[in-house]
Write a protein of this length. Structure first.
Length: 442
């Protein structure tokens, strides 16, 4: 179902979002983004982690104001909450002290309707979403899938024209996610009820191809629109449909063009990043990076990024994140669809455990955020940096990132490289103690 000729419900017009960092520096998160959501379509916003997808969703819904550009609803510029949308959050965001019924009803408290109408709406949406029998349960008593159903029901009860979802299936298992996606399409196909349209944020290519009638592809930070693609496949859709497989390939190509360089670059010719640049860490484990290096060595030093993702059954966006993390450490190069093992990567693999840690730590110290935190830990002395303080600092340095997630990977990468360690008892980043130091302290 393509809705290009239908009325535009809401749109963003040349939106920029710039966050001010400490020291008076600016970080551009999204740049000159325009998009439209029309009646009768499912629009998916697809892009790698950290490219500004959630920021755009918050701008569209009116939760934050763009630095430049306009948010429009039915042809009128708005300044504040968007009256046409309701949000479903990735983290469920339910009130733990309220029952299922009360959580859903809470969304109607700000609307001037009678108690009778409110109860009718809650009852209707509970039936619609399949929550019968769970009305008196608390969130802690529900599975992840059922909690997400409550989140969807709470958004639907206000009868929005557009249902906006921020990676809504990322915290549930694959079968539950598939069931929720099918139910979501069924809701949208019921033309007698709102929502008229759905706007979903995702980094999962298969998910958006199976769901969306139109796909907007964003590039890396600062997020810019790489392409807008129509998906004319009829509902219900079959994953094995060649048209969907072809569309996946188009998106893969767009992402690799937008995220990986077009031409192979010799490492010595790559310009050095400014010491003031704070680069976000890809959310990948140390073991995943080492696994990629070992896979490259086994295959003669080169692998296609699609093959890497398929062979290890990784979501494509995460496969790119692993490759970019290895590139950040100068272990690989990523020209277009290839990942190439560099000499330092080979040296790392040939080293013993302590040698690997030494190389890893040396490479981390070329990354600005590790320089900052290594210095902070040394200045803090034996008490270390409380986790809360570290997260506040990350929030200042990387305002577009989830500071909790960024802290997790900062700590794990730093600990492997023996720059600092996370002490769970003290809930703090502490100086890393080598074996000789520990022996001296005994």
């Amino acid at each position: 179902m393509i809705a290009n000729n239908k009325e535009i419900i809401t749109e963003l017009v040349k939106v920029d979002m710039v966050f001010e960092l400490s020291g008076g520096r600016d970080l551009t998160v999204v740049e000159s983004v325009s998009l439209q959501i029309r009646q009768g379509e499912i629009v998916a916003l697809l892009g790698p982690s950290g490219c500004g997808k959630t920021t755009l969703l918050r701008i569209l819904s009116g939760l934050i104001k763009p630095t430049r550009g306009r948010v429009m609803y039915k042809g009128q510029t708005i300044d504040g909450l968007n009256p046409g949308v309701a949000l479903v959050f990735q983290s469920f965001a339910l009130f733990p002290w309220l029952t299922v019924w009360e959580n859903i009803e809470e969304a109607l408290k700000a609307i001037d309707i009678s108690r009778e109408t409110r109860e009718q709406r809650v009852e209707q949406v509970i039936d619609q979403i399949g929550l019968e029998g769970f009305e008196d349960r608390y969130p802690r008593e529900l599975s992840g899938g059922m909690r997400q159903r409550v989140g969807i029901a709470r958004a639907l009860v206000v009868e929005p024209e557009i249902l906006c979802l921020d990676e809504p299936f990322s915290q549930v298992d694959a079968l539950t996610a598939e069931n929720l996606r099918a139910d979501l399409v069924d809701l949208w196909l019921d033309q007698d009820r709102n929502p008229q349209s759905i706007f979903i944020i995702s980094h999962d290519i298969k998910e958006v191809v199976s769901l969306a009638s139109r796909i907007i592809v964003l590039g890396e930070l600062p997020g810019k629109v790489l392409a807008t693609l129509d998906n004319p496949a009829r509902y219900p859709r079959d994953y094995r449909d060649p048209a969907l497989e072809n569309l996946e390939e188009v998106i893969y190509e767009l992402l690799t063009k937008g995220i990986m360089p077009d031409e192979e670059e010799h490492p010595a010719l790559v310009p050095q990043v400014s010491q003031e640049t704070i680069e976000a860490l890809p959310p990948v484990e140390v073991g995943e990076i080492i696994g990629l290096l070992e896979m490259l060595e086994d295959r003669g030093g080169e692998v296609n990024i699609f093959s890497f993702a398929n062979e290890l059954k990784l979501e494509f966006g995460h496969a790119i994140a692993v490759a970019k993390a290895a590139e950040m450490l100068d272990f690989v190069d990523t020209p277009r669809q290839r990942v190439l093992l560099l000499p330092l990567g080979r040296t790392f693999l040939s080293a013993d455990v302590n040698g690997r840690k030494s190389i890893w730590g040396s490479q981390l110290m070329k990354i600005r955020i590790f320089q900052i935190f290594k210095n902070m830990v040394e200045l803090a002395g034996e008490d270390g940096i409380p986790r809360e303080t570290a997260i506040e600092e990350i929030n200042l340095l990387l305002p577009a990132e989830d500071p909790e997630v960024a802290f997790e990977f900062l700590a794990s990468w730093g600990q492997y490289g023996e720059l600092f360690r996370y002490d769970s008892d003290e809930d703090a980043l502490m100086a890393f103690e080598t074996e000789p130091q520990e022996e001296q302290n005994k």
